[in-house]
Design a binder for this molecule. Structure first.
Ligand code: XMP
Length: 512
C-alpha cells in the first residue's frame, strides 16, 4: 500500500506537515523523513516521487542542510519547494543569492510555459504564497524558467529528467491553485495511484497487530480522548480480549465522563476496561495548592504513579499500547543534523520511559483527521470522535486557585449545560473549544427574596485552527442569555456568569 507513495525530505519548514496532509487528502500516502535520511533508505521505500521541502537555511552558508545529489539520478520525479528549489539549483550547477527584494506574502504567479504538465488546470495568472529571502539568480544547466513573479523566478523545470522546483508554497491555502499543482506533480508526473484509504489502513493494521502480538497480552491507558480511544478500538478489533484497558478517573473529569467511557468502550465494544477511581488521591494531593504550575506538576506526578501501579498489575502483558499519532512522531524527529539524536516519542502523554514493555502504536502514521476517520469507520460514536480537546490536567486548571470536590462538582454541572446547549443549537462543531471556568471569586446576588453570595463562572469559547492563535467565538447574544439563565438557575453555587472575550495571544485558551 505504501509503495508508490511520496517521500518528503524535511528541511525544517513550518509548513511540512501540510504538504503531507494535502497529498494524503488526494488518496496518496505521503511520509516525512529528515533530510539526512540515507538515500538507500529512501529508495527502499520505493516512492513514486520525492519532495524536497522548504526550510529556514540559506544554501550558500557553511553547514547548510543538503541532500545527496544522487537523489536527482534515481529516475524518481523530484519537486523542490522554496529551500528545496534553491538547493536543487545550487546542487545542479545554478546560482542562488540573497534577493534585493525579498518576498513574504501574496504574489502573482505568471505562467510562461502553459503546456507543462505541472500547470494542468491552473490559470495563466494566479495568486501564490511566498516566503523567501534568497532566490535563484542563474538556472542550473538543463533547466528552464516556466513561471515567474514580478521579482523572482518562481518555477523551474528540467522536464526531461522530471525535476521541478517552485519558489512559493503550494501547500498553503493562500496559494490558490497550490493543491492543484501538488496534485499535478503527484498524478501527472509521479504517476501515483489513489490507494490511501482508511478502510485499507484498518485492514492492514489489524493484520499487522495480529502478527506482532501473536497470543501475547497488551495494556492501554484509555483517557477517553480521540487518540487513545481509536487506538484501543483498533487493537481490540485485532486481538479482542488480549487487550486490557484502564481508565484513570482523576476526579477532575467532566460530568459523567467515566460512565460515558465505560459505556462506550466496555458495554458497546465489549472491551476489557476497568475504571480506576483516584479522585481521593488527586484531591488530597491538591489540597491547599493554588499555584497553577504546582497544580499541573502534582496532577502529572500522581498520574504517572497510578499508571506505574497499574502496569505492575499486568505482569503477564508484553505490550504497552499508546495513541501516538503522526504529528507527535514528526515533532520528535530532529532535522538539526544526523548528530542530534532523534528523541524518543514514547513519552507523548508525559509517561515515563518504558523498558519492560514493547510499544504498540497503531496510529503513529496518521494525522488527527485520519484518526477521526478511522474512528468513525470502526463505529465509534460521532460525539466521542468530534469532541473538543480536553487538557491532561482536566478541571484542575479550570478551577482557578485551590481545587476542591465542591468546586469540581459545581464546575461539572455548569460545563455540562454549556456544552449541551452548544450541541442543541448546532454550535458545538462550529467552535474549536468551549468550556466553563470557575473563578475563586464570590459576589452578591439575589434569588427570589434571598441574598446569595456565590461563585462567578466564565464561559470560554475559542475559534482556532492550530490552537497557537485563537479568537473568541462570536456566539449569539440570545444563546449566551439562555446559557446564563440555565446555569445561574440550575447550578447551586454560581450566581454570576461572564463571557471571556480575549484572543490568544495575549491571553491563552485555558485560564491556567
Ligand atoms: P492554551 O491554554 O495554551 O492551550 O492556549 C492550547 C491548547 O492546549 C490545551 N492544553 C493542554 N493540553 N495538557 C494538555 O494535554 C495541558 O497541560 C494543557 N494545557 C493546555 C488546551 O486545552 C488547548 O486546546
Amino acid at each position: 500500500m505504501k509503495k508508490g507513495s511520496i517521500i518528503i525530505l524535511d528541511f525544517g519548514s513550518q509548513y511540512n506537515q501540510l504538504i503531507a496532509r494535502r497529498i494524503r487528502e488526494m488518496g496518496v500516502y505521503a511520509e516525512i523523513v529528515p533530510y539526512f535520511t540515507d538515500l538507500e533508505e529512501v529508495k527502499a521505500m520505493e516512492p513514486n516521487g520525492i519532495i524536497l521541502s522548504g526550510g529556514p537555511a540559506s544554501v550558500y552558508l557553511e553547514d547548510a542542510p543538503t541532500v545527496d545529489p544522487k537523489v536527482y539520478e534515481l529516475g524518481i520525479p523530484v519537486l523542490g519547494i522554496c529551500y528545496g528549489m534553491q538547493l536543487t539549483t545550487h546542487l545542479l550547477g545554478g546560482e542562488v543569492a540573497r534577493a534585493d527584494k525579498q518576498e513574504f506574502g501574496k504574489a502573482e504567479l505568471i505562467i510562461d510555459k502553459k503546456d507543462s504538465l505541472i500547470f494542468d488546470s491552473i490559470p495563466e495568472k494566479t495568486q501564490v504564497w511566498m516566503s523567501h529571502a534568497d532566490h535563484v539568480t542563474k538556472l542550473a544547466p538543463g533547466f528552464e524558467k516556466i513561471a515567474h513573479t514580478d521579482s523572482s523566478v518562481a518555477v523551474v523545470a528540467d522536464e526531461a529528467r522530471k525535476i521541478y522546483a517552485v519558489q512559493f508554497h503550494p501547500e498553503v491555502t493562500h496559494s490558490v491553485y497550490g493543491k492543484q499543482l501538488l496534485s499535478n506533480f503527484v498524478f501527472n508526473i509521479a504517476k501515483c495511484e489513489k490507494n490511501w484509504r482508511m478502510t485499507n489502513y484498518i485492514e492492514d493494521t489489524v493484520k499487522n497487530i495480529r502478527e506482532k502480538v501473536g497470543n501475547k497480552k497488551v495494556i492501554l491507558a484509555l483517557s477517553g480522548g480521540v487518540d487513545s480511544s481509536v487506538a484501543a478500538v483498533l487493537i481490540h478489533k485485532a486481538i479482542g480480549d488480549q487487550l486490557s484497558c484502564f481508565f484513570i478517573d482523576t476526579g477532575l473529569m467532566r460530568k459523567n465522563e467515566a460512565e460515558k467511557v465505560m459505556e462506550a468502550y466496555g458495554e458497546h465494544f465489549h472491551m476489557n476496561i476497568e475504571c480506576i477511581n483516584a479522585e481521593e488521591r488527586f484531591l488530597s494531593k491538591l489540597k491547599g495548592v493554588s499555584d497553577p504550575e504546582e497544580k499541573r506538576k502534582i496532577i502529572g506526578r500522581e498520574f504517572v504513579e497510578i499508571f506505574e501501579e497499574q502496569k505492575k498489575r499486568f505482569k503477564d502483558a508484553d505490550f504497552l499500547a499508546q495513541g501516538t499519532i503522526y504529528p507527535d512522531v514528526i515533532e520528535s524527529q530532529s532535522v538539526k543534523g544526523p548528530s542530534a539524536t532523534i528523541k524518543s516519542h514514547h513519552n507523548v502523554g508525559g509517561l515515563p520511559e518504558n523498558m519492560e514493555f514493547e510499544l504498540l502504536e497503531p496510529l503513529r502514521e496518521l494525522f488527527k483527521d485520519e484518526v477521526r476517520r478511522v474512528g468513525r469507520e470502526l463505529g465509534i460514536a460521532d460525539h466521542m470522535i468530534d469532541r473538543h480537546p480536553f487538557p491532561g490536567p482536566g478541571l484542575g486548571i479550570r478551577i482557578l486557585g485551590e481545587v476542591t470536590k465542591e468546586k469540581a462538582d459545581i464546575l461539572r454541572e455548569a460545563d455540562d449545560i454549556f456544552i449541551e446547549e452548544l450541541r442543541n443549537e448546532d454550535l458545538y462543531d462550529k467552535v474549536s473549544q468551549a468550556f466553563v471556568v470557575l473563578l475563586p471569586v464570590k459576589s452578591v446576588g439575589v434569588m427570589g427574596d434571598e441574598r446569595t453570595y456565590e461563585y462567578t463562572a466564565v464561559l470560554r469559547s475559542a475559534d482556532t485552527t492550530d490552537f497557537m492563535t485563537a479568537t473568541w467565538s462570536h456566539l449569539p447574544y440570545e444563546f449566551l442569555e439562555k446559557v446564563s439563565n440555565r446555569i445561574i438557575n440550575e447550578v447551586d453555587g454560581i450566581n454570576r456568569l461572564t463571557y471571556d472575550i480575549s484572543s490568544k495571544p495575549p491571553a491563552t485558551i485555558e485560564w491556567e
